[in-house]
Design a protein around this ligand. Structure first.
Ligand code: MF3
Ligand code: CO
Length: 257
């Protein structure tokens, strides 16, 4: 049996995830060829702290930064560095906050300058996977319904689903029950209840599903070196339709200009 959040807890999670969403939009303003990923990290850290919150990832299991910045074949958990973004790169920016005892956690994959149509399609389908996963996350459904929605859309478009990393419950801890895999069978897994807060985060590869961990001890990369996309939102399970606690709308406002 999965535990629902109270309305008060949901409001604190909403504060966190709104701040994460606005931090990602602040980062979006600075994504262009030539910018070092560690500069993006500094911008995010200052933005989060200026809003009275703390970076949620910094120090988590010893993680050394505010953001996870994962470029091209990096799937997730890329460490910000002196690497300068190049025209044609795709870059997953994953951001966490900690405020009033709760966490925020969301991610968006950006394009740097002009990106090939093949890669644009990977991003589009991965976002659709997230939207379909959210549509499946209703009271009375099961975790496997989310998993199936994501996997079937990815695979029917010729892509593969990373197995080693999963979505998760979110609350006073960044990773709570349940695990939310991006692959699985309809009707399987624990039952979703009204008030359950989860992060859904498809990691979808253009080529093989297999990944490995970089020698830096963090970065997860595709084994074939082909690109991977990652989008993550935090939601509350409700009757009929999930409620989104984080949003890409601030990012889209920035990207429109
Ligand atoms: N954002 C990741 C997730 O969605 C967590 C990052 S953990 C860190 O689960 F250690 F890299 F910070
Ligand atoms: Co997450």
């Amino acid at each position: 049996m999965l535990l629902a959040k109270t309305d008060e807890e949901v409001e604190l999670l909403r504060l966190n995830n709104d701040l994460v969403s606005r931090t990602l939009a602040e980062v979006a303003r600075h994504i262009k060829p030539g910018v070092a990923t560690k500069k993006l990290d500094r911008i995010a850290e200052e933005f989060i702290r200026s809003h009275g919150a703390e970076p949620g990832f910094l120090g988590y299991n010893g993680y050394p930064a505010t953001l996870c910045i994962s470029v091209n074949d990096a799937v997730v958990h890329g460490i910000p560095s002196s690497y300068e973004l190049h025209e044609g790169d795709i870059v997953s920016v994953d951001c966490g906050t900690y405020l009033h005892g709760f966490y925020g956690d969301s991610a968006f994959t950006f394009t740097v300058g002009e990106v090939s149509p093949e890669v644009q399609r990977l991003l589009k389908v991965t976002r659709e996977c997230l939207d379909l996963g959210i549509e499946a996350a209703v009271d009375g459904a099961r975790v496997g319904d989310i998993s199936y929605a994501v996997q079937s859309h990815a695979e029917s478009n010729g892509y593969s689903v990373v197995r080693e990393l999963v979505g998760h419950g979110l609350g006073r801890h960044m990773h709570e029950k349940p695990e939310v895999p991006n692959y699985g069978a309809r009707g399987s897994g624990p039952k979703l209840v009204d008030g359950l807060v989860i992060c859904i985060e498809p990691m979808i590869n253009m080529g093989t599903k297999h990944v490995y961990q970089d020698v830096d001890g963090w970065t997860i990369r595709t084994r074939d070196g082909k690109p991977s996309a990652h989008f993550e939102l935090a939601i509350v399970v409700r009757k009929g339709k999930a409620e989104r606690l984080s949003t890409f709308s601030y990012i889209e406002e920035v990207l429109r200009f």
